[in-house]
Design a protein around this ligand. Structure first.
Ligand code: SF4
Length: 292
């Protein structure tokens, strides 16, 4: 789009959950610099994963991101880095609700509302086009042909959205990855670890069994953190809620905590889980079953 529409007036909008993978922040900054043809190497050092503080030390982690966002946007002013100040778990606690595959207060508050508010405060719908990265393999998320999807929904609010990857020349995710490498940009590491998206450090409230097995196997400390947070919110709400659901033995759907899910892998050689259940992270894009 930078080549097509030019750089004047182009802005890149990032809504930070304060819980992204360190390499996602690296990619964000290097990618934004690439779009605007900036050579950052002499101006700032983009931190590697090992230079980030421990994500479990939340005050330190957030302070680090504050400094990083200030430095990055000073060098790339066209990068708009929005932060609510809360992460997804703080939103769940504040809303007294653990999100699920249908209801995502995290994405609603930290991403959709934040982006919508920025647009209203900074842009004129008459001369603004919002480009999103949905590709043709999930084009229904942009426009399902029945008035649903991001494009028609935002059009109702007066905004023009376009999804360039849903039309010719049909550039798919794997083509984008190759293009990135040709530009000297390393793709975000979560893809190499097997994740289907680069959101929330491998976590997602909408993810399923297969996704959490991958998280447990590849990023056990991240899994452990969310296991602990799930236990905390269960105690806080006083309810039998969980991220995952269990349908073993044809049983009706019932909650299974991340702790119980992990213990299955410790106790059983080949625990029966739903191997095909990766869940569907339509973060930012999908309107949840709630109101917006
Ligand atoms: S990736 Fe998942 S957990 Fe993170 S904000 Fe989006 S819906 Fe919520």
């Amino acid at each position: 789009m930078a080549e097509r529409v030019g750089l004047d007036g182009l802005r890149l909008l990032f809504t930070d959950t304060l819980m992204e993978d360190p390499d996602a922040y690296r990619f964000l900054i290097e990618g934004a610099a690439n779009v605007f043809g900036l050579r950052l190497s002499k101006k700032m050092k983009v931190p590697s994963c090992s230079e980030f503080p421990d994500f479990r030390d939340r005050p330190k982690w957030k302070h680090f991101l504050d400094q990083l966002s200030v430095e990055a946007t000073a060098h790339i002013p066209q990068l708009i880095w929005l932060k609510d100040g809360r992460d997804v778990w703080e939103v769940f606690f504040d809303e007294r609700f653990l999100g699920n595959s249908r209801l995502d207060p995290c994405s609603k508050i930290l991403k959709r509302r934040a982006a919508d508010r920025w647009l209203v405060e900074n842009c004129d719908p008459c001369n603004t086009i919002c480009y999103v990265g949905i590709d043709f393999t999930e084009a229904h998320r942009f426009d399902d042909g029945r008035g649903g999807g991001l494009g028609p929904r935002r059009a109702l609010a007066g905004w023009t959205y376009e999804a360039p990857l849903c039309s010719e020349p049909w550039v798919a995710k794997w083509d984008v990855m190759e293009w990135m490498r040709a530009e000297g940009l390393a793709p975000p590491r979560l893809y190499a670890l097997g994740f289907s998206h680069n959101n929330c450090f491998g976590f997602c409230i909408k993810a399923g069994h297969a996704h959490y097995r991958l998280l447990l196997q590849t990023l056990p400390e991240v899994y452990s953190y969310h296991e602990q947070k799930e236990q905390e919110i269960r105690g806080y709400l006083g309810r039998d809620v969980s991220i995952l659901a269990d349908r073993r033995n044809g049983n009706r759907k019932r909650p299974i905590t991340l702790r119980a899910f992990r213990e299955r892998f410790e106790k059983e050689v080949a625990p029966s889980i739903d191997d095909s259940d990766y869940g569907g992270c339509g973060c930012f894009i999908d309107q949840s079953a709630s109101t917006e």
